[in-house]
Design a protein around this ligand. Sequence first.
Ligand code: SF4
Length: 315
Amino acid sequence: MKRRHAEPGNRAEVHRAVLRWYHRHGRSLPWRDTRDPYRILVSEVMLQQTQADRVALKYAAWLRAFPTVRALARATTRDVLLAWAGLGYNRRALHLHAAALRIVEAHSGRVPSHGEALRALPGIGRYSAAAVAVFAFEKREPVVDVNIRRILSRISEPRTSSGDVVAEADAWALAERMLPPRAYRDWNQALMDLGALFCTARAPRCAACPLHRCCASAFSIEPGTARKPPSPAPIPRRIHRGRVIAFLRAQPGHRATLRGVSLALPGTPAASDHAWLMDVLVSLQKDGLIEAWSGRKRITLPVGAQARVRIALPG
Ligand code: SF4
């Protein structure tokens, strides 16, 4: 099949094919049924490092607990961390909480609509700011995630290697050039869906893809080789951090002794290596995810192995 660059004439064809497919087959996701900027902000922070199907399980419960930005701003750190259970990367919960406080203080409780003000919020980077601006306010902005970068790379220029994608630095400019004249929200959501369902990283399904007549790389991408199974590697520290928080969530009063915490990390150096455990706990305390108490006094970690210390979720 002859390959074509997505030049203006062809670009209009791409726009039509993408939007037509999306209106018939776009994925139904809970955060797509709303234009409420707070709800969309919540979904974008949750989706930063958690898969959509897992977010879908937690999203409604979060909105019941904190239905508005003001409700979230009023919540305690502990309530926020408890509600975040199951989503991982707990610092995002603190960022979202801090963002709600900032929105109430600096924006009278209204989520800002422009990229610059959104990016000034804690935990909101370029991608999340653009996503909120487009999905809540229908701004004319490109959104670039890994799926969009890959599919636009392939649509716009003939490529043959599954790993050949436009450089990160050029991806935003490409996404800007490829925007349709309207329907920015549907366009960006459609690209995410098409990238996830058809234009996958290693083996794009061009025969089933609705863009195969207008894509510059249709039927040209050599399937990538399957990745070798990763060799056993040490468990990253973030996993241990998550386990500490999950353990504290499950304890009465959301607190435990130092020894109790160390026993909650089986198969790790924690039980035998006090310095290692302290390192994990110090990082959690620095991030505001835990508190340490000696009697009635709040203390700063690290402490020695013999110290009688309780570790707790922040109050
Ligand atoms: S799946 Fe194939 S036809 Fe569809 S966008 Fe990707 S490379 Fe193009």
